[in-house]
Design a protein. Structure first.
Length: 417
């Protein structure tokens, strides 16, 4: 009993059989994802040495969600979410296999790398709203914050371990082997998805011509909600001007600190290390009450840590700062998703969480591209510092809405308790 008390919300969420199977299957899959993500970024830098290409590869990997996520979100409220998540896992497996085959055959170019990153970006744009909507199907509202925190903990444990594995594999076997590892990592997840039984209330059959109207319905719900609109605005700003920094780390590593893939692994792992602790803390906390105040403080710290990161030439100091940056950036994302998931009705969940996905995944891609292009003219420090100033301005704006956010979120917390 004492052990369960220490675990807090974690033990409650993991007692759910479907969620437990899903989580165990996600571990190797997410580890493989981070092995590949670091390798793709480093490979792009190695092929071109260009900040613009680095931003363009990040753009291809993440930006398609801006177009595909709203449509996928509408369908996530119409069709079987579990079956689509299975299909997307197969598609990701084939993309990683193609990436490995072309790289190992020695014919990879930056244009081919961009095309394959774009394919994966489209697949992930479809996957994101279905994955988040599926989570809302297999866990209860009272388990939601803990479940999201656990998912984030696994994601960031992989973000910590994956780049280290990737750097080792690149140095010993070459970059192509990292893509092969990722392809095999999807198998356990697929096995787990066939073991899950998700009860989803079938939606009434609707004409495809209604999809645009349904997308607009999701947007109107989010913008007209008593606090989701404000939460998503903060998410937009710190994703575009803050989270995009992580996509530029290969350039920072090579151009600013004059290090190789091992240095990139350390910086990426530092962000993952900090993110890991925010995920554990929030999943143990397991309650919505007070999250808005925590979010506002974290938005301030995102700006402060970005300024500190670009202000130092000492790699060790940059690593320490990036641990804190990872903690507050990931914590902010968890809080935003928790508040949205706990407030939205299941009938419209896919459409609303697709908007979260656009902001969390799509806007950093656009931000990374813009900052990457700017870095070719001004270096990497100035664009990131300018982004930090915008994030800090948003923190000041959020202070004017602090009381209203706190009161409305506390009401939702009472309803879900």
């Amino acid at each position: 009993m004492a052990f369960k008390y220490k675990l807090g919300g974690i033990s409650v969420a993991m007692a759910n059989r479907n969620y437990r199977i899903y989580t165990i299957g996600a571990v190797p899959s997410l580890l493989g994802t981070w092995v590949q993500r670091m390798a793709v970024g480093w490979f792009a830098w190695e092929l071109t040495g260009s900040g613009a290409w680095l931003g363009l590869i990040a753009f291809a990997d993440l930006a398609p969600s801006v177009l595909s996520a709203p449509i996928a979100g509408a369908f996530a409220d119409r069709v079987n979410r579990l079956k689509v998540v299975r299909l997307v896992q197969y598609m990701s497996l084939f993309q990683a296999a193609a990436l490995a085959a072309i790289t190992l055959s020695g014919v990879m170019t930056i244009e081919l790398l961009f095309a394959l990153a774009l394919i994966q970006g489209i697949v992930q744009g479809i996957h994101q709203p279905f994955r988040h909507a599926l989570l809302g199907t297999i866990v209860s509202r009272s388990e939601m914050t803990a479940a999201i925190g656990i998912n984030s903990t696994i994601w960031n444990s992989s973000r910590l371990i994956g780049p280290a594995i990737s750097a080792l594999v690149i140095l010993q076997l070459g970059v192509g082997a990292t893509f092969l590892i990722n392809a095999f990592s999807y198998v356990p997840m697929l096995v787990g998805l066939y073991m899950i039984s998700a009860e989803q209330r079938p939606a009434a059959k609707k004409s495809l011509s209604r999809v645009p109207a349904e997308i607009l319905e999701g947007i109107r719900y989010a913008t007209g909600h008593k606090f989701i609109g404000s939460i998503m605005f903060m998410l937009l700003i710190f994703s575009f001007f803050g989270r995009a920094t992580a996509e530029l780390l290969p350039g920072f590593t090579g151009a600013v600190f004059n290090l190789g893939p091992d240095g990139l692994a350390v910086l990426t792992g530092a962000a993952g290390f900090g993110s890991l602790f925010s995920g554990i803390w929030l999943s143990r906390r397991g309650t919505l009450s007070g999250l808005s105040d925590i979010l506002i403080v974290m938005v301030c710290l995102i700006a402060v840590t970005q300024i500190a990161f670009v202000a130092t030439d000492i790699f060790f100091v940059a690593v320490v700062v990036f641990i804190v940056w990872g903690f507050v950036m990931n914590g902010s994302g968890i809080i935003c998703q928790s508040l949205i998931q706990a407030s939205v009705p299941d009938a419209i969940r896919g459409r609303v969480v697709s908007l979260y996905g656009i902001l969390w995944l799509g806007t950093p891609a656009v931000g990374a591209f813009a900052m990457g292009v700017a870095s070719d003219f001004f270096g990497f420090r100035i664009p990131v510092a300018a982004g930090a100033i915008v994030v800090f301005t948003t923190f000041l704006w959020s202070l004017t809405r602090r009381r209203r956010l706190r009161d409305n979120i506390n009401l939702v917390a009472k309803e879900n308790s």
